[in-house]
Write a protein that binds this ligand. Structure first.
Ligand code: SF4
Length: 325
């Protein structure tokens, strides 16, 4: 039986909603708000304000699991330093980005080692459009005997049904691959086996689990301002993010952009799949000059399609006009 509820409290809005729901359902006595603190140069001050205000509202302390148990946040290494120390941006075995592992995953597992795993459940703020992340996290932690739950993605009958449809579809893909078939529906017998092995969520539906709040504005706490331009409350200059993120970094925090360029020079590789920052910088400069908005909220496809069009237009503008020929 679960007797400790650990909320993976990232400082983002979704994880704050999760914390509120978990405390409302189970009471605050056995809830832990677990955070991996980030050096204040790379975590927005408003994210720090937000996580503290929500914790104060819940009357709970924030429990920090930090790299090397460093307590002073100003002493925490940043994402560039931890990669430079290892001489790589990725874990050579898994190709996963290294800073997440050093700053978050490893301290998380070190913290878990101090707990009785059979009795805990970890809660994450993934939403209903992130079912692949739900699935991955659940699968990883179950191997360690740790239960997981995802209030925003799973706390209603409709959401559980959506998750089940997703799982059935994934099982169908595996079935078709293994049996070299092209069925559009999982055979009934196979489906029943999946249910009996607990591979679907439907059996765990609990009517007490429901979302009571959609925004922290409802309890008088403003979501972090960082969401004005950023989509996540991640480190500023996130090594896992794509080119659009780095265009925004170029526009709003050039010092971090420069720091990342230095890191690429020290390590000798680029961290993104879009090449070295020094090579895309002139394009970013031009995009900024012609007024391409610095925002992560524009869907990536639309963002780059219009950026390309405007860049082409502005290059044509550089050519002499017809009467000049
Ligand atoms: S948020 Fe980005 S930069 Fe920060 S630890 Fe995670 S992957 Fe690295």
């Amino acid at each position: 039986m679960t007797n400790k509820h650990i909320v993976c409290y990232s400082g983002g809005h979704s994880s704050a909603l999760v914390a509120i729901e978990v405390v409302r359902l189970f009471g605050k006595e056995n809830v832990i708000l677990l955070n991996h603190n980030i050096n204040p140069r790379y975590e927005d001050a408003d994210v720090k304000r937000f996580k503290k205000e929500v914790a104060d509202y819940l009357e709970l302390p924030i429990t920090y699991a930090n790299v090397n148990d460093i307590e002073d946040e100003n002493e925490l290494p940043n994402q560039f330093e931890v990669c430079e120390e290892k001489g790589t941006f990725v874990n050579p075995a898994t190709r996963a980005i290294l800073c997440t592992f050093v700053l978050k995953t490893e301290p998380f597992y070190n913290y878990l080692k101090t707990q009785e795993k059979e009795n805990i459940c970890c809660y994450y703020g993934f939403d209903a459009d992130e079912l692949n992340r739900v699935e991955r996290r659940r699968t990883i932690l179950i191997q360690d005997n740790v239960e997981t739950d995802f209030p925003i993605a799973l706390w209603s009958f409709e959401l559980i049904k959506k998750y089940n449809d997703y799982k059935v579809n994934e099982l169908l893909k595996v079935y078709n691959k293994v049996n070299k078939t092209k069925l559009d529906k999982l055979p009934q017998e196979y489906l029943e086996n999946a249910i009996s092995y607990g591979l679907l969520e439907i059996s765990k539906y609990d009517e007490n689990k429901k979302q009571t709040i959609n925004s922290t504005n409802e309890i008088g706490i403003k979501p972090p301002l960082t969401y004005d331009v950023w989509k996540h409350a991640n480190c500023r200059g996130c090594l896992k993010a794509g080119q659009q993120h780095w265009y925004v970094v170029y526009c709003v925090d050039y010092e971090t952009f420069e720091r990342a360029k230095l890191s690429e020079e020290i390590i000798g590789y680029s961290f993104g799949n879009f090449g070295f920052l020094k090579d895309v910088e002139s394009k970013f400069k031009q995009m900024k000059e012609i007024g391409i908005p610095a925002s992560e909220h524009i869907p990536s496809g639309a963002f780059w399609k219009s950026a390309k069009q405007y860049l082409k237009q502005s290059t044509q503008d550089l050519f002499p006009c017809e009467c000049f020929v």
